[in-house]
Design a protein. Structure first.
Length: 306
């Protein structure tokens, strides 16, 4: 039995660090460029694996050099590759632009990720049903996620759904089947059609989802931490104050680390506190997966003044 089965996307991140974002029709010079491994599914699997979880990853890499590099990266990081297929298309890529305030803008080209279909999950059902937790995001098709949720229900495996990027077509009936639903403020607004500009509005939108059957709602609030809402209960778990350099992949590091701590047996508020700490440490370095510390590195980072 694996601790966690992540079903989701993989990407090659193409990151440009810019002095400012260009305006329409403008060409400007970027002082720095970096290429690395990314994709929401891969990032979340990597964070959990770096912390010591036994992780299955079900994904489709491209039939190109990038795809082979992805496989090598997963094997070197201790992620199980039994669930990884090689598609007919090129690998997914994500051009990323990061400004001096550490804010980012991201494009995604899905590539072989489009080939991660419900039929692929049926071929990997033994990996899915023998897990403690299934983790999903939305860089793959909704149909594939819905099938994964149904398999989780069928085999009694709890599911965490991270609705990123936001998709207004997400079916609330499926959201109500998952154990954990983890939107940020923007994704919460997209799904509910309600404003989420301040904490009071966020709580009202959260109560809307709870009233529609969502069990554990975890709303990520960036540097402010996370809001955990269940029926009759609301609790903010504060974030850590650090000097952010690059926030790319921070949300994924939060989800992956929360999944690790929860699968390890921690209760929800404790797992959230540890996930906030982990995500905070990742934004102090440039890059996505390359910024994710191991358990030993995390301990060393946490004893440093921030």
């Amino acid at each position: 039995m694996a601790d966690i089965t992540v079903i989701g996307s993989n990407m090659i991140d193409l990151t440009a660090y810019v002095d400012r974002m260009p305006i329409e029709g403008e060409t400007i010079e970027a002082p720095e460029f970096s290429m690395g491994f990314g994709g929401k599914g891969a990032n979340q699997a990597m964070a959990a694996a770096r912390l010591g979880s036994d992780v299955n990853f079900i994904t489709m890499v491209g039939n190109d050099d990038f795809g082979q590099q992805q496989l090598t990266n997963y094997k070197a990081s201790g992620i199980r590759t039994d669930g990884i297929g090689i598609g007919h298309q090129a690998s997914g890529v994500a051009p990323i632009f990061v400004d001096p305030t550490s804010d980012n803008r991201i494009l995604i080209i899905k590539g072989a990720n489009k080939e991660l279909t419900p039929a692929v999950l049926d071929e990997k059902v033994d990996l899915i049903k023998n897990s403690k937790l299934i983790v999903l995001q939305q860089e793959i098709s909704l149909a594939t996620n819905y099938h994964a949720i149904d398999l989780g229900v069928k085999y009694g495996v709890p599911v965490l759904l991270n609705p990123a990027p936001a998709n207004e077509d997400l079916n609330i009936d499926y959201v109500s089947k998952v154990a954990f639903f983890t939107p940020n403020e923007t994704e919460l607004a997209t799904l509910t059609g309600m404003p989420t500009g301040n904490l009071d509005e966020i709580k009202l939108a959260a109560e809307n989802l709870i009233g529609r059957g969502v069990g554990n709602l975890i709303i990520t609030l960036g540097s402010k931490g996370a809001l955990w809402v269940t029926a009759g209960h609301s609790e903010i778990v504060p974030g850590m104050k650090v000097k952010a350099v690059d926030t790319t992949g921070a949300g994924d590091s939060f989800i992956g680390s929360f999944s690790h701590y929860f699968a390890e047996g921690e209760d929800v508020p404790t797992a959230l506190q540890h996930a906030n700490q982990y995500a905070a440490m990742t934004v102090t370095k440039k890059g996505t997966q390359k910024s994710y510390p191991t358990k030993a590195e995390l301990v060393d980072m946490l004893v440093q003044p921030v």
